[in-house]
Design a protein around this ligand. Structure first.
Ligand SMILES: C[S@@+](CC[C@H](N)C(=O)[O-])C[C@H]1O[C@@H](n2cnc3c(N)ncnc32)[C@H](O)[C@@H]1O
Length: 314
């Protein structure tokens, strides 16, 4: 199994984070540490990267391969970041937060993790294998309409009802335990031109099993408390459902007169917009040609503001 992950939109994200030499940064999705290393390379001796990953194998890889005192690795969901950092009193002191969402190449390539519809393996799909239900366990217990709803909502799959019905028919004879069993059931009722017929359904089940959207929403909110004035939020997402959440979050908090309820007040004014929307970017043609995965990447940047909303509008 390869341990390699090609970091997506590396230059754009490192530039976008606008790294200050002795700042403290959070890489919420360590993966194989490509972005973390990029941040470390720009930091001075008192800089720091706090990196999270809910996958133990990512953290173990980091401990074995990046020996740098400025790196703190934490095995945890990123939605737990505020709580994990509570004792360090870092609220309002983080200079940048990066989220590079989704799964890493090693997770996809290792058939035993159950994310791949091309390689047969146990139907697991948990990024954090130390807790929660595997996809096989969920499919065994869920009823037809629940399966259809998940596949429709998180995969935007029009054939969701046909797929759910095919799954339930199959389960009358035997359980679904492997990725290829599920992929073949889906392929028996879905026809596609360019993508594998199971692409949308696998994405949907993965999002559901890992509670990806809830985790993202909670973390975006926490970023408002953690980020210092002028600090950067950088999010790379890989499908429209995820990107919509990021876009709406930034727009909501970049609106003039956004309410500051529950957020620390920066400076002495009470009419601060918590965020300034710095827009979105896509991967370059050059990158897309080298790394197919970057094709669907959307990078969004926002700056935590400390100014009065009138100043920000100017
Ligand atoms: C696309 S990879 C990140 C790759 C990384 N930027 C690099 O350059 O190597 C996403 C990583 O985020 C982790 N991840 C996804 N959702 C998470 C969550 N809610 N909490 C913590 N880690 C998460 C996955 O386990 C995976 O290792």
């Amino acid at each position: 199994m390869s341990n390699h992950h090609q970091s997506v939109m590396f230059d754009e994200s490192i530039k976008g984070l606008n790294i200050t030499e002795n700042g403290t940064y959070i890489d919420a999705t360590f993966g194989r540490g490509g972005h973390t290393q990029g941040i470390l390379d720009k930091l001075g001796t008192s800089g720091k990267v706090i990196a999270f990953d809910q996958d133990l194998s990512a953290i173990e890889y980091g401990k074995a391969h990046i020996k740098d005192k400025r790196l703190h690795l934490i095995h945890s969901d990123f939605a737990n970041m505020q709580q994990a950092l509570e004792s360090e009193q870092l609220s309002g002191k983080i200079n940048g937060i990066l989220l590079d969402l989704g799964v890493s190449s090693p997770q996809l390539d290792d058939a035993q993790r159950g994310f791949s519809f091309n390689n047969d393996g146990p139907l697991d799909m948990r990024m954090n294998q130390t807790r929660g239900m595997s996809a096989a366990q969920w499919l065994a217990g869920a009823d037809e309409s629940e399966i259809a709803n998940v596949i429709y909502e998180f995969g935007e799959e029009k054939k969701s009802r046909h797929i759910a019905s095919a799954i339930k028919r199959y389960q009358q004879n035997r359980p679904i335990e492997t990725t290829l069993q599920l992929a073949n059931i889906i392929a028996s009722v879905v026809r596609t031109k360019n993508k594998h017929p199971a692409t949308r359904s696998f994405q949907a089940i993965r999002i559901f099993i890992n509670q990806e959207l809830e985790q993202l929403q909670q973390t975006l909110k926490q970023s408002l408390t953690l980020l210092a004035p002028d600090a950067i939020l950088c999010v790379i997402s890989f499908h429209s459902i995820e990107d919509r959440i990021v876009k709406q979050f930034i727009r909501q908090y970049a609106k003039p007169k956004a309410l500051l309820k529950g957020l620390p007040v920066m400076g002495d004014n009470t009419q601060t917009m918590p965020l300034k929307d710095l827009g979105r970017q896509f991967a370059s043609e050059v990158e897309i040609n080298i790394n197919k995965r970057s094709r669907s990447a959307i990078l969004r940047l926002a700056r935590r503001t400390s100014k009065a909303y009138g100043d920000e509008l100017a």
